[in-house]
Design a protein around this ligand. Structure first.
Ligand code: HEC
Length: 138
């Protein structure tokens, strides 16, 4: 006969597995939505596979900005970016326009997509992350 604690334990494990799977599905859905946002808001400059355009638009492949600090990355989209960046020995100094008209969800999705495409692998950017950064700006 199963002891009470074993039943409680299996139910608990069930819940944990379920919430983990749900989280993974949420990230998957965000990546799918993010691809659409990328196509309308980033692709023209950073290109289909994130390879960018030599001397004009930097690649989004395993760069410090893409894989690093999420707040900085969110700020690049919300506030634009105008610093000379060096990526693999190439310098880029065209300014990137801000896109504050994108919704918090669109920004979370597009950045989660970028962080998990083009050979990148990094944690998701959540709606809460973007909300927090936008509230600091306005
Ligand atoms: C009009 C062209 C243009 C568009 C549209 C654009 N970018 Fe950029 N992006 C640039 C340029 C140019 C730079 C380099 C800016 C600099 O050197 O200061 C840059 C830099 C970046 C960087 C930091 C450097 C790197 O390569 O990692 C990230 C991340 C980035 N863009 C992401 C995005 C995302 C995500 C979108 C869509 C929401 C987007 N960009 C839309 C032109 C663009």
């Amino acid at each position: 006969m199963m002891k009470k604690c074993c039943i409680i334990l299996s139910v608990l494990i069930g819940f944990i597995t379920l919430s983990f799977t749900t989280q993974q599905q949420d990230v998957k859905a965000s990546i799918q939505r993010g691809k659409k946002v990328y196509e309308k808001a980033c692709l023209a400059c950073h290109q289909k596979d994130g390879e960018g355009v030599p001397r004009m638009n930097p690649p989004l492949i395993k760069t410090m900005q893409v894989l690093g600090n999420k707040e900085k990355l969110i700020r690049i989209v919300l506030q634009g970016f105008n610093e000379e960046v060096e990526i693999n020995g190439e310098y880029f100094d065209n300014p990137m326009p801000a896109q504050p008209q994108l919704s918090n969800q669109e920004i979370a999705d597009v950045l989660t997509y970028v962080r998990n495409s083009f050979g990148n692998k990094a944690t998701a950017v959540t709606l809460a992350d973007v909300k927090m950064v936008r509230s600091k700006i306005k």
